[in-house]
Design a protein around this ligand. Structure first.
Ligand code: ZN
Length: 203
């Protein structure tokens, strides 16, 4: 399986990063070794001193697809959840400055904690879903998918022009504003609407 992720998909986050809006979805990927499942702890890596959370709606692909039309994209997933796109912001800044690829900042081991899947039918409008992240009991980031620049269906259509989507692939759909650092000892809890779907600690 593979993980595809979308950068800069909420205007509020584009603004906080001082970036400019992209006319097409910005896609990057993470390997399977980035997955962190079953609420296992995240071990703070030694190569960064600025690991930041990005809270995102994650869509699980459950059908093989290539060159999918936007109007048919909804047929290619039936489960969604919330995940964290951990980013080594210090390394990402260095990569950007040098014009290097940013894999070491975005795709490192366990950089993709993913929550328990929820059936899509429980959330009939994919473009109106609230999600938020609490750290140590305080809400630090919240968003609603209505604010996405590129809809889930548009992301699937665009990504499938370049990458054959396979059963089990995950798509991280971008983060709203409010990204920030984590530290050892933090307790992260992510919610899909009011349902706790991801609950883990930083060690
Ligand atoms: Zn992200």
């Amino acid at each position: 399986m593979k993980i595809l992720a979308i950068g800069m998909n909420y205007p509020s986050h584009v603004k906080e990063m001082n970036n400019i809006l992209s006319p097409e979805p910005v896609i990057f990927s993470k390997p399977e070794s980035a997955l962190l499942l079953n609420n296992k702890p995240f071990f703070y890596p030694d190569f960064s001193t600025d690991i930041q959370y990005e809270t995102e709606i994650v869509v699980k692909i459950d059908r093989l697809g290539k060159n999918i039309a936007p109007k048919f994209a909804h047929r290619y997933y039936s489960e969604i959840t919330v995940g964290i796109d951990f980013t080594a912001r210090d390394l990402q800044k260095q990569c950007k400055e040098k014009g290097h690829p940013w894999e070491i900042a975005k795709a490192f081991d366990n950089s993709a904690p993913v929550g328990r899947m929820a059936v899509k039918t429980a959330h009939p409008d994919i473009q109106n879903i609230n999600f938020h992240l609490d750290i140590n009991g305080t809400t630090v980031q919240q968003g609603n998918t209505k604010d996405m620049i590129f809809t889930v269906d548009r992301i699937i259509a665009h990504a499938s022009r370049f990458f054959t989507l396979k059963n089990g692939d995950l798509i991280y759909t971008g983060t709203p504003d409010g990204v920030g650092p984590v530290k050892i000892g933090d307790h992260l809890q992510a919610y899909l609407e009011n349902e706790l779907v991801l609950d883990f600690k930083v060690k």
